[in-house]
Design a protein around this ligand. Structure first.
Ligand SMILES: Cc1cc2nc3c(=O)[nH]c(=O)nc-3n(C[C@H](O)[C@H](O)[C@H](O)COP(=O)(O)OP(=O)(O)OC[C@H]3O[C@@H](n4cnc5c(N)ncnc54)[C@H](O)[C@@H]3O)c2cc1C
Length: 408
């Protein structure tokens, strides 16, 4: 049976970036599978004017290879829209434009296969067998890029998660009362959308300390760098967990622009009287029974209830399970897969691993794991590992800040 050098499972932006960077690499035969029929990006939150939270340079390839034909600028050039983008002078691309760009890339790559769900990945003496649509494929290396799944409190199964907002948008805009839970970008976008286009009462609750903006200062953004990733990875597990517990606003808050838009909408609305809106922090959702929501105010220690016709839980995401038998992977004290600095998944038997993960290493590599800005770097590291040589330069020094003090 033919053995590919690498099979990629999942074609979100991260594995699509890998496929694009591998496209020009001699001697690496790659194949990528995705269960969707074409490239689709967060369809339930593709709000018309939503923007990506990183500059356009964080496309699939540029930060690893600015000469790549798969860059966002080359996409605009190909579409005859480069001058318009140039005059628009706006670094943050619309989410649907980023999706269109990714689809444009995917349609040019002969290594991608949409409509292929991978049901199993099994070790073989010289690599892996990957089963998709009942057919077995073989590869020396496998890169798992299956993304994340909506995370819902156990007591709230069946309630709409923010990832499915557009499927209930009409209902929410027409509803007499809507409640949004959570205070990240998704929650803020949905709250702003219902505030602007909805007609009923609107409530917003979060258990976090407040409705606070994501850290976006230039010095703060240096945490999304290869240096910080290496520094974080080298720390002991307990230090990593403690550090990340205090970094929510580095990657979970709302953008300052969305926060401003909300305040401006409220201010404008208040000219005609007090808006029928409430938002309250330190309120933890503890139960859902149809329209009845039970909360606990964490500082005052008070329980209270609230009723809403439509409730949207913007309660985040968790890594999708890696479709590999669990016993094969080495685990840390919390049962999470151990991921090496070069994104290999450590095997439980200690044998050399040819299994890589994309965006499943928040606990080992830190806040940059889900960030588009570090996708190209991660892929450059993986391409070099797959090719067994330096195809893309991976620099040690990229930012001004020094993370950690060298023992010497
Ligand atoms: C609404 C939203 C907006 C975001 N915006 C930004 C942003 O602006 N900037 C930023 O830096 N980050 C952003 N992120 C975070 C992150 O970059 C994205 O989640 C990104 O999509 C992650 O890419 P991925 O490749 O890991 O996975 P995904 O995009 O989740 O793609 C994984 C793919 O794998 C497929 N798949 C899963 N299992 C299988 C299987 N067994 N077989 C075959 N296919 C499979 C899935 O169907 C999916 O197509 C955003 C996240 C969300 C939820």
């Amino acid at each position: 049976m033919k053995q590919h050098d690498v099979i990629g499972v999942g074609l979100g932006p991260f594995n699509l970036g890998l496929a694009a960077l591998l496209d020009s690499v001699e001697g690496v035969d790659a194949l990528f599978f995705d269960d969707k029929d074409s490239f689709v990006w967060h369809p339930g939150l593709m709000l018309p004017d939503a923007e990506i939270q990183v500059p356009f340079l964080a496309d699939l390839v540029t930060l690893a290879d600015p000469t790549s034909r798969y860059s966002f600028l080359n996409y605009l050039h190909g579409q005859g829209r480069l001058y318009r983008f140039y005059f628009r002078e706006h670094f943050h691309v619309l989410r649907r434009e980023f999706e269109a760009y990714c689809r444009w890339v995917s349609e040019q790559l002969s290594s991608v296969r949409f409509g292929h769900r991978v049901d199993a990945i099994r070790p073989t003496p010289d690599g892996w067998s990957v089963w998709a649509r009942g057919v077995e494929y073989r590869a020396k290396h496998v890169v798992v890029g299956v993304g994340c799944l909506p995370s819902l409190p156990e007591f709230a199964t069946g309630v709409t998660h923010s990832s499915g907002y557009l499927h209930v948008r009409d209902q929410a805009l027409a509803a007499g009362s809507v409640a949004v839970i959570g205070s990240g970008q998704s929650a803020a976008e949905i709250f702003a959308d219902v505030l602007e286009y909805g007609r009923g009462r609107l409530d917003w609750f979060t258990r976090s300390a407040g409705f606070l903006p994501m850290e976006y200062s230039k010095l703060g953004l240096e945490h999304f760098s290869p240096e910080y990733t290496a520094y974080f990875h080298a720390l002991p597990e307990d230090k990593r967990d403690a550090l990340r517990a205090g970094q929510d606003l580095l990657y979970k808050g709302m953008s300052a622009e969305t926060s401003e838009r909300i305040f401006d909408l409220l201010y404008t609305r208040s000219i005609d009287g007090e808006p029928d809106v409430r938002y309250s922090a330190r309120c933890e959702l503890r139960g859902v029974d149809g329209r009845h929501l039970s909360f606990h105010q964490l500082d005052q220690g008070i329980d209270f209830t609230h009723e809403a016709d439509v409730t949207i839980l913007a309660t985040g995401y968790e890594p999708a399970p890696i479709p590999v038998p669990g016993h094969l992977l080495a685990r840390d004290t919390a049962g999470r897969p151990v991921v090496e600095l070069d994104y290999r998944l450590r095997l439980a038997d200690g044998s050399p691993s040819t299994l890589f993960v994309q965006n499943g290493e928040l606990h080992t590599h830190g806040v940059g794991a889900p960030d588009l800005g570090l996708g190209a770097h991660r892929n450059a590291v993986i391409v070099n590992a797959l090719a067994g040589r330096e195809v893309y330069a991976v620099r040690e020094r990229n930012v001004f800040q020094s993370f950690g003090i060298s023992a010497a």
